[in-house]
Design a protein around this ligand. Structure first.
Ligand SMILES: Nc1ncnc2c1ncn2[C@@H]1O[C@H](COP(=O)(O)OP(=O)(O)OP(=O)(O)O)[C@@H](O)[C@H]1O
Ligand SMILES: [Mg+2]
Length: 251
């Protein structure tokens, strides 16, 4: 039985392949937990595919009062259904989504806004976006990174969260060590030592053993300590997923 705060991330990898059994791997998305989320993996590892379904479940969990924003630097085909939504921010507008969310956090911090419904910003291709900004407008890039870091460090108790998606989360894009503030880390695809060692202690990397992850398979690290092996399912009802996301980005 899945409780109302539980959000499905995928199915247990070992049970799926070992016994052909579908055992849900869920996380508890209630406010007391740190649900700042990092999704990474190499190109083609299934990040955007997972992001769509994870985002839909986060929208459903947050309920009618929650507010979501979507920043899509690449304007990926995976998110083409979102293009007409008012809170969808493509390419060079991604920092505007961050500004909106940062402003809400600030108002909550100073007591001007006492509401605590969830505010979630998904940001696909975050790292590529930062590198591009660093090349064109260094000041802007630094301001963006500063705001992201602040949300990662202070957002939880104010119900403000980020879902950051990128290939390799280099420390350069997360000043003052804010990369350590993700309560949920998902790495899909091949177990590249370089990404694993950025995000996991050696003892946990060893637990991966000889598992060979393909597209849509990998690990989820919960609150820095609990390691799960996951298989992201193919969606049976893609139209429903799209409708949930469109509705949440519009209402
Ligand atoms: N869980 C899954 N099961 C089966 N196929 C999948 C799964 N996830 C992704 N795929 C397929 O793999 C391909 C690549 O997926 P996706 O675009 O999500 O990768 P990505 O990591 O976002 O890549 P990029 O970094 O280039 O944006 C897609 O064609 C998608 O349909
Ligand atoms: Mg992608």
């Amino acid at each position: 039985m899945i409780s109302s705060d539980e959000v499905l991330v995928g199915y247990d990898y070992d049970a799926w392949y070992g016994y052909k059994e579908k055992i849900p791997v869920c996380l508890d998305a209630s406010i007391q937990n740190n649900t700042q989320t990092l999704i990474c993996g190499m190109s083609g590892s299934g990040k955007s595919y997972l992001t769509n379904q994870y985002f839909a479940r986060i929208c459903l969990h947050g309920g009618i009062d929650s507010k979501v924003y979507f920043a899509d630097f690449k304007q990926d085909d995976s998110f083409s259904h979102l293009r007409e939504c008012p809170r969808y921010y493509p390419y060079d507008r991604t920092p505007d989504a961050l500004d909106e969310v940062y402003e809400i956090m600030h108002k909550r911090q100073c007591g001007e806004d006492t509401s605590r419904h969830f505010v979630t910003l998904v940001w696909d291709e975050y790292m590529a976006n930062i590198l591009s900004l660093l090349g064109t407008d260094k000041k802007k890039a630094e301001s963006v990174m500063h705001k992201v870091s602040e949300i990662l460090m202070l957002g939880r108790s104010l119900s403000i969260r980020l879902i950051i998606v990128c290939q390799r989360p280099d420390a350069q894009a997360f000043p003052t060590g804010s990369r350590l503030n993700f309560g949920i880390i998902i790495i899909v695809g091949a177990a590249l030592e370089s990404i694993y060692s950025m995000l996991m202690p050696k003892e946990l990397i060893e637990k991966v053993g000889n598992r060979e992850f393909h597209t849509g398979e990998g690990i989820m690290l919960w609150q820095g300590s609990e390691l799960h092996f996951i298989k992201v399912p193919l969606l049976r009802n893609e139209e429903r997923m799209k409708a949930i996301c469109i509705d949440a980005l519009t209402r």
